[in-house]
Design a protein around this ligand. Structure first.
Ligand code: DX5
Ligand code: ZN
Length: 216
């Protein structure tokens, strides 16, 4: 069964408590939390204090997506703030394997995110060390962008690689996920769908999460 991870980036920052409760009471599986530094991506969001505050209210795992340079500097801080899964970008990690070990040493699941131009084949030598691959289906930085169709092929390639290596890596899709493309993504091998705009701009977010969850 695939998982749904609503993206807090599209929540109402003036009333995060309400949106956290909405996700708590929905069929969502994880909270997807986007941290941006204005250097790796052309946008700035929030950091450890906001995540630690949300953690007091949230009752589901925190999937924290770091869109920052030098992520290794902050791995311990995000563990302390309450991250259960920590994803670093391939493009921001000179020593990716070391970063993954560091994340795991702090008791978190370790993820790698790939920008749209980064081929999945670059992960073949370390796929057994990765708990989660986050395939970016938009250029990271903003919610509400259009899905890049080439992602479908990347999902298939990655699913094949995971299978070949007998790995247990989860495939997460981040960006432009809609009711329309969810079915094909799951069919091609996606295990986790991140959804920001699709959930939060809908009239009934709980119902939208339920519909995403029921996609077969
Ligand atoms: C984009 C973020 C995404 C974003 C997805 O850089 O990583 O998590 O919130 O938003 P939607 O689902 O609106 O494309
Ligand atoms: Zn994200």
């Amino acid at each position: 069964m695939h998982l749904i991870a609503p993206s807090i980036l599209s929540a109402n920052f003036l009333n995060l408590e309400k949106d956290i409760d909405m996700i708590n009471d929905s069929e969502a599986d994880w909270f997807h939390i986007d941290v941006m530094d204005g250097r790796f991506v052309p946008n700035i969001t929030f950091g450890m204090p906001v995540i630690a505050a949300m953690k007091k209210r949230a009752r589901k795992p925190f999937d924290v997506h770091l869109m920052i340079v030098e992520p290794e500097k902050y791995i311990a801080d995000f563990a302390n703030a309450g991250a259960d899964m920590l994803t670093v970008h391939y493009e921001a990690s000179t020593h990716l394997h070391r970063n993954l070990q560091l994340i795991k040493s702090h008791g978190m699941k370790a993820g790698v995110a790939l920008n749209p131009h980064t081929p999945v084949s670059l992960l073949s030598d370390i796929i057994n060390d990765i708990d989660l691959v986050c395939i970016m289906s938009v250029n990271p930085g903003f919610g509400g962008q259009k899905f890049i169709e080439q992602t479908m092929q990347k999902v298939r390639q990655l699913a094949h690689m995971i299978d070949e290596h007998g790995a247990h890596t989860q495939i997460e899709i981040d960006g432009g996920v809609t009711m329309e493309n969810a079915h094909a993504l799951i069919k091609n091998g996606a295990n986790v769908l991140v959804a920001g705009n699709t959930v939060f701009s809908s009239p009934d977010p709980v119902h939208t999460i339920q519909r995403l969850k029921q996609v077969v």
